[in-house]
Design a protein around this ligand. Structure first.
Ligand code: ZN
Length: 237
């Protein structure tokens, strides 16, 4: 059967990609990264999500291969990002948000290339989007396509990077989880993933856990509200 590796952080987007992978591939490896992020809650969610799949969806769990977390904590010593320090999360003028971690996705994809090569995998799946994104240039399609080409050349084998969310809004991403795994999939996203930049698991909202104030929470909240409004409208027509 076909194999893939999912870059799996424990957030909404990568968990939706994991559902996508489990629907479309026969063997699914999961790869996470500890890069000195300011909280570890998202990484903790990874294990909870995998446990939920194993407990509730044996037909999907059978496809799960090994899970591995790469230690790239040195990244936090190379950058001054707000995601790896106590610096305020903000955007000043036209500059990138302080939450940008320079080259993070490019580094993750390079490491995923090493992992994929060793496990004879030629497909990497990543939950980046250039619609509801935060202005990060390494979430955009040209950067990802360029990395796929570099991995193909550098590994001397055809490598592809699938980005199922690239053209989706956050509301569309909620819809995708629902279409891939029904209400169980939606519950998995809402109840067990964490996207909050502050790692706030103490506040439970209709759209999931989070502070409700950081840019990631605001995006997720608005996306969920839009998703619910669309779903309600469709149910009425
Ligand atoms: Zn938040």
């Amino acid at each position: 059967m076909n194999k893939c590796v999912v870059l799996f952080s424990g957030g909404q987007d990568s968990t939706t990609c994991l559902l996508y992978a489990l629907k479309n591939f026969g063997s699914v490896f999961t790869l996470g990264f500890s890069y000195g992020q300011r909280h570890s809650q998202e990484l903790d969610c990874r294990q909870d999500i995998l446990a939920q799949i194993r407990q509730n969806k044996p037909e999907l769990a059978r496809k799960l291969e090994s899970d591995f977390v790469c230690d790239v904590t040195t990244l936090s010593s190379l950058t001054s990002s707000a995601l790896t320090s106590d610096r305020p999360i903000e955007r000043v003028g036209d500059s990138l948000p302080t939450s940008f971690v320079p080259a993070r996705n490019l580094i993750f994809l390079s490491l995923a290339g090493s992992f994929a090569y060793e496990h004879d995998v030629q497909t990497i799946i990543m939950g980046v989007s250039q619609v509801d994104y935060s202005g990060y240039p390494d979430c955009r399609e040209p950067a990802i396509k360029s990395m796929a080409q570099s991995l193909t050349l550098g590994l001397d084998r055809p490598m592809e990077i699938l980005t199922p969310l690239m053209s989706l809004s956050k509301a569309d991403t909620f819809s995708l989880a629902m279409s891939l795994a029904g209400s169980w999939g939606l519950d998995l996203i809402v109840e067990h993933t964490l996207s909050c930049y502050l790692g706030d698991m103490s506040h439970k909202n209709s759209w999931g856990y989070g502070c409700g104030k950081c840019p990631a929470c605001v995006l997720r909240c608005h996306g969920y509200e839009e998703f619910v409004a669309k779903t309600s409208t469709n149910a009425l027509t």
